[in-house]
Design a protein around this ligand. Structure first.
Ligand SMILES: Cc1ncc(C[n+]2csc(CCOP(=O)(O)OP(=O)(O)O)c2C)c(N)n1
Ligand SMILES: [Mg+2]
Length: 806
């Protein structure tokens, strides 16, 4: 029997073929199978050509950097066959063939991204480097698309293994949907949780803690996560032996293997050059995880990197000659070609024709992308040249032309070259009679282009939390005075009753209802599927929330104490905070990260690293409510928008009494609007969070001494005082002090910069503006540790006296 029939599986044909759909009648026919396999080969060759051309484009100066998927084509074509509409990908930079196979990327767009073409890169609008893909999840109005009807690609990031966190969350959302009592309400988001998340990763990146954290969490949670480890033996120049215990990720994962009556994961190994085996293995594994939600790991072995890691170097520098030889022989495309011929699926002649066509296709698309990118820039140069050459004396014209020559002759001019050249000319010819027209040309060009590089950091439009209308908290004469944690508890109870998309989870959040009882009793009431405990794994809690939010759920995920945010910061900063920006507005991740911080006891339970946070989390909102009622109002606001946020409750505020509003689930606290807690004439004190109570204490004592302070609670650090209310206060008092619990030069310096520089506050100062922060070290233990480490009432009083005396 022909070897072919041993491998012939009609499944190959009934998946959507890469290049042509196969009719039902054809499905079982040998001819259709053959055509489909040849089409796959053609795609592999085309993708290889893209890699070869891409590298050349970088080396000849048309693009800055390139990283390609050569050597991994066949495995990706095979895995794409089992990726269904509704599934998700959380991958990395080697996935171009996978993306071409699904049709979510094409070669022309691929090159547009390589050229960082802000107008034509459909995945990131020129913001991400090449081979970082994304599809649209959310429309312009911030509504979720019908994700069950599309192939869904969550946006890639460059930090290795970061995708594991997001992948875990995307897969976990399938569990949420499968278990939801309300799933009928959102059929566009899930088909009974059947969606698998395909997560690709390089062999060396499995050395990251992220990989192990995600694998462990997936094994515990039992989620439909399919992890594909592309093993090409290297992480840039460092070989597997220095990356992985026993030199094999599948070997070392064996303890995670699911056994009868245990949880865990299922592990497959397969050679990356063996087309038939790849298809068979993936078919079985993906079906298994889709049906059972048992995670699967495919260790795809013996892959190669024909061009080395990236355009930054050459692999001849570090790969031994025998390895280079081996790679040439075991190149997956070569192996597939040999297999086609061996099995009489195609002749050498046919394959040559296929190869020529594939290469032609890649070249034509590359040229089209370049033309699209460069033509408008060249047009602008022409326009600029005309303006610059007008009305010049012969001498000045010669000067101008000496600068213009390079610009006009450049084969790959950049926009910045236009700005630089024209400005240099104006500096040389300050009396240019056309200077005004030239300047306005530059201003207009800048206005046209600059926004493309900066837009979509936050949602604009209907889903911006900044557009949420303000509803004041309502109180009656009967409004009870209750503990802060009880305010939260009653709020969350109502929230979970009213919004089926909301989930809450974290360490100790489910069973005991969080360490401060905000969720006490609510798991029993609303279900273990919606309010639940997690392992101690902050990074993947962030990832879990991220994946859920990308799929249209509204997770509230806990970091138990603010000090431990650092464990989750990478996912927050690199992935969650940038997702809207790096997808040019196509994806949103409205996670709410709930935590508690500022003052309590000791080095690791009193942190207030707000400078770290405001600098790391641009793209998120950062809310610092002074009490739990304010926190609730902020939760309500955030839940109406699509942006991610961090909300820090005051750790020492849960047992302070607060008046319970009667419209707890409706009232909103606007973001970026400070509140004046005490009006005063002499000094403005700007602060937030727990320390406000100390500021108030100081202000009361100062008042007795005849100094009248105005206290402003900024409420949110991102955004910060949108309407410049603090400036209005400073205009009245002409003295300003910024107080917080962060280190010197931390968030107090941030507030200072916002008011003094950005709002122009320096013009209204009678005395030097000051910051008062904690000491440079972490806070020492005990109440005296707190007193001497963080700003205390006496210090505030002293600084204000100093300011009054200056
Ligand atoms: C957190 C982080 N560290 C380092 C890098 C730089 N870097 C990019 S790719 C890479 C090697 C990855 O190797 P592997 O996971 O095997 O993937 P491959 O490129 O071989 O497919 C390194 C070190 C990075 N992008 N992110
Ligand atoms: Mg590798």
């Amino acid at each position: 029997m022909n070897v072919l029939f041993m491998h012939f599986d009609p499944y190959f044909c009934h998946m959507e073929s890469t290049f042509e759909a196969v009719s039902t009648q054809d499905m079982l026919s040998f001819e259709a199978f053959r055509n489909s396999v040849i089409a796959d080969y053609k795609l592999a060759i085309m993708s290889r050509e893209v890699s070869l051309l891409g590298r050349r484009e970088v080396l000849t100066g048309k693009a800055k950097f390139g990283i390609f998927g050569d050597g991994k084509e066949v495995a990706q074509i095979a895995l794409s066959k089992f990726f269904q509409k509704g599934d998700f990908r959380s991958g990395y930079y080697r996935d171009q063939t996978f993306m071409f196979a699904l049709g979510v990327a094409n070669v022309e767009d691929y090159f547009s991204q390589l050229y960082s073409d802000v107008h034509n890169d459909p995945y990131s609008g020129g913001k991400n480097m090449n081979a970082h893909f994304a599809t649209e999840f959310v429309n312009e109005n911030g509504q979720w698309n019908a994700l069950t009807q599309s192939y869904n690609v969550s946006a890639d990031i460059a930090p290795t293994a970061g995708q594991m966190m997001r992948g875990l969350g995307l897969a976990f959302a399938s569990n949420c949907f499968r278990n939801s009592k309300n799933k009928d309400q959102f059929p566009h988001l899930s088909n009974n949780g059947n969606e698998v998340c395909f997560c690709t990763i390089g062999d060396a990146s499995t050395s990251e803690g992220h990989f192990w954290e995600a694998i462990n969490a997936a094994g515990v949670l039992q989620v439909p996560l399919a992890v594909f480890v592309y093993d090409d033996g290297y992480g840039i120049s460092v070989p597997t032996a220095l990356q992985t215990t026993k030199g094999s990720i599948s070997e070392v994962l064996k303890g995670f293997q699911k056994e009868k009556n245990t949880n865990g994961i299922k592990i497959y190994t397969v050679k990356g050059w063996d087309y038939a085996a790849l298809c068979e293995t993936f078919e079985e594994g993906i079906r298994y995880t889709r049906e059972t939600h048992t995670p699967v790991v495919f260790h795809i072995q013996e892959l190669t990197q024909p061009q080395g890691h990236s355009t930054s170097g050459s692999h001849e520098r570090y790969k031994p000659l025998e390895r280079l030889d081996w790679e040439r022989n075991w190149d997956c495309n070569k192996q597939m070609r040999d297999w086609l011929i061996l099995n009489e699926l195609a002749t050498d002649e046919i394959l040559q024709e296929v190869e020529n066509e594939a290469k032609q296709l890649a070249r034509a698309s590359k040229l089209a992308a370049w033309e699209k990118y460069i033509a408008p820039i060249k047009e602008k140069i022409k326009e600029a040249v005309v303006l610059v050459q007008q009305g010049l004396s012969e001498t000045d014209l010669n000067i101008a032309n000496s600068f213009l020559q390079e610009l006009v002759q450049s084969k790959e001019p950049l926009k910045r070259d236009i700005f630089r050249t024209i400005n240099l000319i104006l500096e040389k010819i300050p009396t240019h009679s056309n200077a005004t027209a030239i300047q306005s040309f530059l201003v207009k060009y800048n206005e046209e282009e600059a926004p493309f590089y900066s837009k979509h950091l936050y949602n604009e439009g209907p889903k911006s939390a900044l557009n949420v209308s303000v509803i004041e908290a309502a109180y009656t004469s009967e409004s009870p005075l209750i503990n802060g944690y009880e305010v939260l508890n009653q709020y969350f109870d109502k929230l979970f009753e009213e919004n089926p998309l909301v989930y809450a989870f974290g360490e100790d959040l489910g069973g005991i209802g969080d360490v401060n009882q905000g969720f006490a009793g609510l798991q029993n009431k609303h279900g273990i599927d919606r309010i639940f405990d997690t392992g101690i794994r902050e990074q993947s809690i962030m990832g879990q929330a991220h994946g859920m939010a990308l799929r249209g759920l509204r997770p509230i995920a806990e970091i138990q104490y603010l000090d431990y945010l650092l464990y989750g910061l990478q996912t927050l900063s690199d992935d969650i905070a940038t997702i809207h920006y790096r997808t040019n507005g196509m994806q949103s991740s409205p996670v709410i990260i709930r935590t508690r911080g500022h003052r309590l006891e000791g080095i690791f339970h009193s942190g207030s690293p707000m400078g770290v946070i405001v600098n790391a989390l641009r793209g998120m909102y950062v809310c610092v409510p002074r009490n739990m009622v304010q926190a609730v109002g902020m939760y309500n606001t955030l839940l109406k928008g699509n942006d991610p946020a961090l909300l820090i409750e005051c750790l020492n505020g849960y047992r302070l009494k607060e008046k319970m509003p009667s419209n707890i689930s409706a009232f909103t606290v606007p973001l970026g609007k400070p509140e004046i807690l005490k009006a005063g004439e002499d000094v403005t004190i700007v602060s937030y969070g727990s320390i406000l109570r100390i500021v108030e204490d100081a202000a009361n004592r100062l008042l007795v001494m005849g100094i009248d302070c105005e206290i402003i609670d900024v409420q949110t650090l991102l955004p910060f005082d949108i309407n410049h209310q603090i400036l209005a206060s400073l205009k009245k008092t002409n003295r300003i002090l910024f107080v917080d619990e962060d280190v010197p030069g931390g968030a107090s310096a941030y507030m200072y910069q916002q008011v003094i520089e950005l709002q122009g506050g320096y013009r209204w100062l009678d005395v030097a503006a000051r910051t008062l922060s904690a000491k440079a070290h972490r806070p020492a233990f005990g109440s005296d540790g707190d007193y001497f480490s963080k700003p205390n009432t006496e210090e505030i009083i002293n600084v204000i006296h100093e300011m009054m005396a200056e």
